[in-house]
Ligand binder design. Sequence first.
Ligand code: B1M
Length: 630
Amino acid sequence: MKGLADAVVEGDDELAEELAQKALDEGVDAYDAIIHGLSRGMLIVSEQYEKGEAYVPQLLIASTAMYAGMDILTPHVKVEGAEKPAVLVIGSVEGDVHDIGKNLVKTLMSAAGFKVIDLGADAPLEQFVEAAKENKADIISMSSLMTTTMTGMEEVIEMLQEEGLRDAVKVIVGGAPISEDFAEKIGADAMRHDASSATEWALEAVKTLPPTEERWSDQQIALARTKYRKILAAKVPKAAVDIGRVTAEKVMKEFDSVVPKFVSTMTKAERFTAAFQDKNVDRLPIAPLACGVSRKFVPCTYKDYSTNAQKYAECVHTGIKYFNLDTFVGLTDLCVDAADFGADVRYPEEDTPAAKGHLEDYEKLEVPDLKEGTRAYNLVMGNKLATEKAHSLNATMTALIEGPMVALTQIMGASRVLADIKTNPDVVKKGLEKTTEYVENIMKMMFEEAQPDNLCMVTLWTNNFILSADEYLMTEGAVMQNRIAPLYKKYNKPVVIHNCSDAPHWDLIHKWDTKAYSYTYYPHEADKGSRDYRYLITNHGKETMFMGQTSPIMFLDNSPEGIKNIQENTMQLMEGVLNTLKDNGMQSKYVISTGCEVPPGAPCDSVTAETYLVAEKGPELQKRIIRQCA
Ligand code: B1M
């Protein structure tokens, strides 16, 4: 048993198979070998992960070893007399390609003895119900990592209610944006913050369920259908309005009577450039990543925004104008390179594109020609036009491209690449060589053709919850250091990085001589390493200009309370930042921003609630706090 557990902890799939076979040969009960051997090993690694002693690659290879052993043992589990394993349907909901957390939940549920039906990522909502019916499931487990997809969970629960199946299964939901309140509001049975507590809950929950045949009987289903019909009828139907478009029209109508009245003594470009150098400014620059949402002013679909250079430039133009931004950060989606390498990308009309079909073989990766017809070429041309438009408004343009590791994980699949870092590091490095070459070509073309004011690189895998510093430095860290940062230098451009992680490896900022860094702060992860502006300005502020801190999720709420909340939050942030700058002998090196994209379906007046407030109150605060210090 110890050998089996150790094989899992070590991520040694061959040893797990060998010992599983040995257990069978020596007459050990197969079920005991799974639970007291393989599963115990998986629990050890998962505890190490929770304590920050292990990282995602180790969890992934441990799960491969566990499944390898289980493949040998499971056919020998004695069914007679033994209880049938409980059935759990799992998936990341439609529209959401994040699947690392879901895969961890799946692994621990399998380790706990559940029969797991995995619908994968971006799973159509009806599939949760269909799979539950087909397998007479005990539990449905849904993950969502985005505020834009979490509402899908409620739809699944409503479908279960409509079909009279709600009482036949327990429903658990989870993922970063999911709260207990949300779970209760949508009628889920539970939410948990991590994979191990989700598994503990599931083990208890199945104990309280009546027998399968009773729950899934026609009679129970008919009764439940009647019961929930009333509940569903009482629900207020969701209004089918395009909130982005409605609020965009409102913002455009009010623009002339509001924005020209803001007192400013600098142009947007002057302000942004001065802040970059910590020089005197009339107020702090403002630039939430209101990227996809700016398409509502044009209007155009998300697909047009991300694949049509002209439309993209128009969105940048209207975004800068109506949101009153000092720079536009040109985030479209993170699968531009993946599409050019041949990965299958899904382009929903109204949402961010996602890489779905990944490539099989690292060896077959071929660096595409950067020519007309490729997505990267369109991105460069879009940024060329967008830069002209930004300059016509006296603002700056910050183009954005995927870093080599984001590109590789989008091409090959994130969980696979992360596991391969441990088992096949050379193959990953070779893959990175190819994506780095393409990224370099795009950088050169951006600098030579598009000539944006800044070029921002997405390096979200520096996330300290996912990769250790060594693992990161061995992979993308190495190419950032040796190839990407020097290329910025060659073109005499500042290194600008975007990272939407909870806890990046902050010490790397020095290594690539990063001049601007867009970050996200997660207050609930502060004890694990997520850092706020106080820490960042104090420790790295002299070398690096930070942009971030505002939660993008806040912009979803444009109710009067929501708007008030945004304004209070922005005011506090401006005051706090200015005082911190002053305490550190600085005056302007910070941009009020979001560090991650404002959801592309968000209302536009929630964005202006922040940007207009900065324009209105910023100058007086700047005078009061900074000038006083001088
Ligand atoms: Co994106 N992304 N991403 N991303 N990404 C987030 C989620 C984001 C929070 C970043 C941010 O704002 N700071 C943000 C969402 C914001 C919002 O809610 N509106 C975001 C965004 C905006 C996007 C894009 C839209 C970016 C763009 O293109 N403009 C795009 C979306 C594409 C799409 O889905 N349609 C996108 C794309 C990607 C990549 C593909 C590049 C990549 C995912 C690769 C993959 O999973 N295959 C990615 C990544 C890696 C992230 C971050 C950095 C990390 C997520 C992760 O894997 N964490 C993330 C920022 C963050 O969360 N810090 C971010 C590690 C993992 C172990 O944790 O999944 O949380 P997690 O799982 C935890 C718990 O949540 C829990 O258990 C696990 C640990 O034990 N848990 C459950 C999970 N499911 C559970 C179920 C349960 C119980 C517990 O019961 C059922």
